[in-house]
Design a protein around this ligand. Sequence first.
Ligand code: HEC
Length: 127
Amino acid sequence: MNRTIALFLGMAAAWLPALSRAESCVPARGRQVFESKCAMCHTAKREQGHLVGPNLSGVVGRAVGKATGFQYSPALADAKDTWDTKTLDLFLKAPAAARPGTTMPFTGIRNDADRTAVTCFLGTQTQ
Ligand code: HEC
């Protein structure tokens, strides 16, 4: 292989994952997903408290099932881990499979980009 082409391919391979990562974190799209699929049960504004589901302000980095004043199912209340982009992604893909026994009445978001966007949006919601 011609060295220039090899160099170009090497650079492209190094860049593409970075590009797709950057593109998949679009808070505006995440806000839309949140409004259409989550907002009937959750708010991500701290002062609005809990609705049918727990308040999601600051949920990224928060211990699972530990928001004060919300009655969680044992599936979440007894969890020992933390919500991060990976655990949220798994949960939002298939809540009942990821956390057996959860009472979140939601079948999940199948579209990978929508899930990434809503997780990214939640990461920006800390007020
Ligand atoms: C029909 C109501 C409903 C919908 C829709 C819903 N949730 Fe929930 N959610 C709940 C309930 C109820 C719980 C508590 C579940 C439990 O205790 O097992 C919960 C729990 C959660 C938790 C755990 C929070 C914590 O403090 O540990 C996260 C994160 C979450 N939901 C995110 C979402 C997102 C993001 C969406 C939209 C894609 C969504 N939920 C859609 C009702 C809902």
